[in-house]
Design a binder for this molecule. Sequence first.
Ligand SMILES: [Zn+2]
Length: 162
Amino acid sequence: MAKILPILNHPNPILRKMSRPLHPDEIESPEIQRLISDMEKTMLAKDGAGLAAPQIGQNLRLVVLRDQDLEKTFIMINPQITKKSWAKAVDEEGCLSVLDKNGHIIFGNVERHKNIQCVYLDTKGKKQKVAAKEILARIIQHETDHLDGVLFIDKLYGSKKN
Ligand SMILES: [Zn+2]
């Protein structure tokens, strides 16, 4: 039975590490398959749009996310964004790992590429490709940033870093 995992909160240093890719042979191991089920269950239980492995303390390039329109869950291993549109869009984001003092999720505007293409390995280690638009494109960019130790608060729109 899958279980709900505790989520690490900013400023935990694990969230800031570069995560390592999974070797194709590891993907079908019981440990990784269990981790994937647990992450899926955790994302749904917390009502998140996505969850990256560093958020539950594993510095692995693994994310689970869902497309709310299609009601489809994606499990992406070693995801890589291979195409990005010139067009960008600003919209509000939040993160299960970024909370205020009272434990509530903080929201902020982030500029992202509007459309992207992403290649990844599925739970069987098979290569997959998705062309994502709008919200799904935004979620994929947010989750893949986690794998490089980047949080959305690093990219707030209108802040001096931009
Ligand atoms: Zn996040």
